[in-house]
Design a protein around this ligand. Structure first.
Ligand SMILES: [Zn+2]
Length: 309
């Protein structure tokens, strides 16, 4: 009896990871070239940016650990040089899951201070506890405001945008190639996930999009965190949808309406479906909660006396 119960518990515990593993088995990593020296890799999880050329490869995000071999093979087909740097756009596991594998292969992991802080400890994500990442997955170079890479004949600017999708987001802009990777400050073709538990906020998200719009022009190729390659016009449409819902929710809060009353107005229904990753009613709830309790700033990392929590 005891042992069969133990087996049942083990099966239950294993079911979720096994299912996730099986769904990744069929994933193929596809490469799309965007400009000389710049490509994007699509697999499962966040879209990966690639800078390649005479100085070696830089990856922007690295999806899930079981995909590392396939990602490395796709990179090698573009440029056989090693991956020298991985830049994380934020801490979520569908963007940082390959850190340990690429670090072991010699890549230097680079991210905002808060990415290291959040990966270093357990985090609540969509109601579930995500355990701390192993030491080898942590960024070894971190920044507060930004950092610039002078490699592969381009100037690649990494800029922190505060309290947007999370509190550790970075935008990466190839100034020569005119390519912009926005991480999860841009979900192209769907409503955004705003991770309030990780310091995200709707107003910070809108500010981040405005920063991106100030950087991009009509010929910029924009890599969203999820979804297909976008243009500045696509990003403007995205910003306007989020802003219109945000402003309506703010007006209803000012009029004394509850979350349930506001959700009944179905303000985001024209922009998404109930089967989406973030259904319209969940997006409205995140906007409501964000406006009701704005995030505490936790920029950290610039204190000369070291890290604090
Ligand atoms: Zn994310």
């Amino acid at each position: 009896m005891q042992s069969s119960r133990l087996v049942a518990i083990l099966l239950l515990a294993a079911a979720a990871p096994v299912a996730a593993q099986r769904s990744l088995d069929a994933v193929q990593v596809q490469v799309e070239r965007l400009a000389p020296g710049v490509a994007v890799l699509f697999g499962a999880g966040g879209n990966i940016g690639l800078s390649h050329g005479e100085d070696g490869n830089i990856l922007i995000d690295d999806q899930y650990a079981p995909l590392s071999e396939r990602i490395a093979a796709a990179v090698a087909a573009v440029d056989p040089d090693p991956v020298r740097f991985v830049i994380n756009t934020h801490w979520h596991g569908d963007h940082t899951g390959g850190n340990e594998n690429f670090g072991r292969r010699g890549a230097v992991i680079v991210a905002h201070d808060n990415v290291r802080r959040r990966l270093s400890a357990g985090q609540m994500l969509r109601g579930e506890m995500v355990p701390a990442a192993p030491r080898g997955a942590l960024p070894v170079v971190t920044f507060a405001d930004g950092v610039t890479f002078h490699l592969n004949g381009d100037t690649i600017r990494v800029t922190h945008v505060a309290n947007a999708h999370t509190d550790g987001d970075a935008l990466i802009y190839w100034t020569g190639a005119n390519v912009l990777h926005m991480g999860d400050t841009f979900f192209h073709g769907m409503l955004p996930f705003i991770d309030l538990e990780s310091g995200g906020s709707v107003d910070g998200l809108l500010a981040a999009i405005d920063t991106a719009l100030a950087t991009a022009n009509d010929t910029t190729r924009i890599i969203p965190g999820h979804g297909r390659i976008a243009s500045r016009a696509d990003l403007i449409a995205y910003r306007d949808r989020i802003r219109s819902v945000r402003d309506r929710v703010a007006a209803e809060i000012a009029a004394g309406r509850s979350l349930e009353q506001i959700q009944a107005l179905r303000l985001a229904d024209p922009y998404g479906r109930t089967t989406d990753f973030i259904p319209p009613e969940a997006f409205v709830a995140s906007v409501y909660n964000s406006l009701q309790s704005p995030p505490h700033r936790h920029e950290g990392g610039t204190h000369l006396h070291g890290e604090r929590g």
